[in-house]
Write a protein that binds this ligand. Structure first.
Ligand code: SF4
Length: 386
């Protein structure tokens, strides 16, 4: 039987978050048998990219990481908070917006993995990855704790404790995982890195166009457990997703990395039914479609282009220029041409676009492309699009 705790947090100040995290860890069985004195333990938040604000629900709260770090210290181990944001995204900027600088001032170690040395390692038993490039620090850890935030995701339905491990590889491998198959690739990483525990920041999550530009949702919860598949199954269920509807949870369960069978998961603390709230799914968030712009991704389109494109569209919306792009269809990454759309109404973004897409007048190169170039292309300023 796997155990997952759900705890209500009284509020969002440091003491309230610390109390909630501590209770969630204890109810889930504690970490004393996993974290021993002298160990070095990585606390891995989700810092996908610099978020629009600290309250957007895109990135893990520093207060949650701080509370997990304190729990690790209490067991005599050394906690290190470490992350590398999505391909092309600035981890330090994400830390700054979220307030991680304050943790550094208080003496906590907060590391941008993108600035670390890289190391190639073989993956025994990987289904799509046989070798990855990770960071030296990651290879020196005695244990990894995944500390994601509760949110929806444009490819994986949700992103929780399992998918969070993707930040442990270099940008080039993040792209490769998207191209080889994100769900299998992410589960290969879980099988390799073997995180020992998960604490989910479900205090302020995000619905709709996650993982970066969705709509914030106040849930006031923390989840914890040592079976990451079970944690993701229950986290997804709270958002209104059946566990087998979420590809990464399903693939991880099929590979024996944990259980998604709710009859074999003991939920302690709050009941799922008491805290459940159906999250708007990514495809139901029509804030951009309703403006008359169609965005098409394929499985090979990775977070860099997805985020850059959406944030460009939101910038245009804020600037009142989106109307000028009405009727445009944007294809991102290696996405085939949609049928029946005149070429002059198409914009293609990303250096990995297919050859025919690169011949379009409005093709934006870059990996990922700059937002300013995407906006120029959308405004049909063809001369500067490339
Ligand atoms: S061009 Fe875009 S989709 Fe292609 S690899 Fe780069 S960031 Fe990813």
């Amino acid at each position: 039987m796997s155990r997952v705790s759900i705890v209500k947090v009284a509020g969002r100040n440091r003491a309230q978050v610390a109390a909630g995290v501590r209770q969630a860890i204890e109810l889930a069985g504690g970490m004393a048998d996993l974290i021993r004195p002298g160990m070095t333990v990585m606390i891995k938040p989700n810092m996908v990219a610099p978020p629009p604000s600290a309250d957007s629900g895109a990135c893990t709260s520093p207060l949650v990481c701080q509370a997990v770090a304190d729990a690790v210290k209490d067991l005599g181990a050394r906690p290190i908070i470490a992350e590398s944001s999505a391909r092309g995204a600035d981890t330090e900027a994400a830390y700054r917006i979220m307030g991680y600088e304050e943790l550094r001032r208080q003496g906590y170690e907060v590391i941008d993995l993108k600035q670390d040395k890289t190391v190639q390692v073989k993956l025994a038993g990987g289904h799509v990855l046989t070798e990855i490039t990770t960071f030296e620090l990651v290879t020196q850890m005695d244990a990894i704790i995944s500390v994601p935030i509760l949110k929806t995701h444009d490819q994986g339905q949700v992103t929780l404790a399992l998918k969070n491990l993707k930040g442990l590889v270099v940008d080039g491998d993040k792209r490769r995982i998207h191209q080889l198959g994100m769900f299998e690739g992410a589960v290969d990483l879980v099988g390799h890195f073997k995180p020992v525990f998960a604490v989910v920041d479900a205090i302020l999550g995000q619905e709709g166009m996650g993982p970066l530009l969705g709509i914030p949702v106040e849930m006031g919860l923390v989840l914890a457990g040592r079976d990451l598949v079970a944690v993701d199954a229950i986290g997804g269920r709270i958002m209104g997703f059946a566990p087998d509807e979420v590809p990464i949870t399903r693939v991880a369960a099929e590979r024996g990395l944990g259980t998604l069978d709710e009859s074999r998961i003991q939920v302690v603390g709050e009941r799922v039914e008491a805290v459940r709230r159906r999250f708007v799914r990514c495809e139901e968030d029509d804030r951009i479609d309703s403006e008359g712009i169609k965005v098409i991704h394929s499985e090979g389109t990775c977070t860099g282009c997805r985020n850059g494109l959406l944030s460009s569209l939101f910038d245009m919306q804020a600037a009142g220029t989106l109307e000028r792009a009405r009727g445009t269809t944007v294809i991102a990454g290696p996405t085939p041409f949609p049928e029946g759309i005149p070429q002059e109404m198409l914009v293609s973004v990303g250096s990995c676009s297919l050859p025919e897409a690169k011949r379009l007048l409005r093709y934006v190169r870059g990996c990922p492309p700059n937002n300013v170039d995407i906006i120029r292309a959308l405004l049909a300023d063809e001369g500067e699009a490339k």
